[in-house]
Design a protein around this ligand. Structure first.
Ligand code: DGL
Length: 304
């Protein structure tokens, strides 16, 4: 029996840029219902998918630091964008295992393809990073990977328009290329896309297999916990905690659709914590460069 203080009884920490990672949490809870979980949605800084790798990595590090303070036994980077650009940095900062969504999705796609042509859809940042591309080709260099960014899918899903004419029209605009390119497998490389499976499947037809990174990630988490002897075997009352960096009510309203159940215990947090903030703005004339568009940069670099 678990003593309650051993490593297995520590919670799993999960973070995402906002509500999207709840699709990963949902699959995780189905597969590992006895685990305690702490979910962090960085709703003050969402979306990550339009930001630079440097900025997303900084956010990801700060999110991981927050979760690590909660004594977690494993970190799940539920956000595809954060997984795509910051996984190595996160792994270098802690001895706690870090599971991202890219590797499990890529492995499942390579297993699924028959013709060696795989499509990947995700945010602009995920597609630009080529992380899925690299990971898939590292597993099987013979596979061809075709990527496409589908930025409108995220607001569409948050609006709840997942199964109507509009969803099908947007899907058909983005995915026409895949119908022509002959891919037989498509990775849904963004937290929000599993909710569009119906519309995407309709547009692409039955010949294309959809890979849900959320499902694959949950399996990967189970495997890692199992292999390290960290699986929780007993828990009378599994604990679920949620933290957001802004707008908890919106998180609750939209998130319940993603999770498919009630969201309770949502706390607002500041990340990074106020005491660890960097210095305030330099005063004018203190070596701060002004870029061509008049945008000030603290790093002395032109921006704009
Ligand atoms: N969670 C992000 C992802 O999976 C989508 C939303 C965002 O751009 O922050 O890439």
């Amino acid at each position: 029996m678990s003593s309650g203080h051993d490593r297995t009884s520590r919670p799993i920490g999960i973070f995402d840029s906002g509500v999207g990672g709840l699709t990963v949490l949902k699959e995780l809870l189905e597969l590992l219902p006895l685990e305690d979980t702490i979910y962090l949605g960085d709703t003050a800084r969402v979306p990550y998918g339009i930001r630079s790798p440097e900025t997303v990595t900084r956010y990801a590090v700060e999110n991981a630091e927050f979760l690590l303070r909660g004594g977690i036994k494993l970190i799940v980077v539920a956000c595809n964008t954060a997984s795509a650009v910051s996984l190595e940095v996160l792994r270098s900062m802690t001895s706690v295992p870090v599971v991202g969504v890219i590797e499990p999705g890529a492995e499942a796609a390579v297993r699924a393809t028959n013709n060696g042509r795989i499509g990947v859809i995700g945010t602009e940042a995920t597609i630009q990073s080529s992380a899925y591309h690299r990971t898939i080709r590292a597993i099987d260099p013979g596979v061809e990977v075709i990527g496409a960014a589908c930025p409108l899918f995220v607001p569409l899903v948050e609006e709840g328009w997942t199964d109507d004419e509009l969803a099908r029209a947007v899907a058909s605009r983005y995915l026409g290329e895949f119908r022509r390119s002959g891919v037989d497998t498509l990775v849904l490389g963004c937290t929000h896309y599993p909710l569009l499976k119906g519309a995407i499947g309709e547009v692409l037809g039955q010949g294309i297999r959809l890979i849900d990174s959320a499902v694959e990630t949950a399996r990967a988490v189970k495997e890692v916990l199992n292999s390290r002897g960290l699986l929780r075997r007993e828990n009378d009352l599994p604990g679920r905690r949620y933290f957001v960096t802004d707008a908890p009510q919106r998180f609750k309203r939209i998130g319940e659709r993603f999770l498919g159940s009630r969201l309770e215990h949502i706390d607002l947090v500041e990340i990074p914590p106020p005491e660890s903030r960097g210095r305030p703005f330099d005063p004018p004339g203190a070596g701060v460069a002004v870029g061509v568009s008049g945008v000030r940069s603290q790093r002395g670099k032109e921006e704009g």
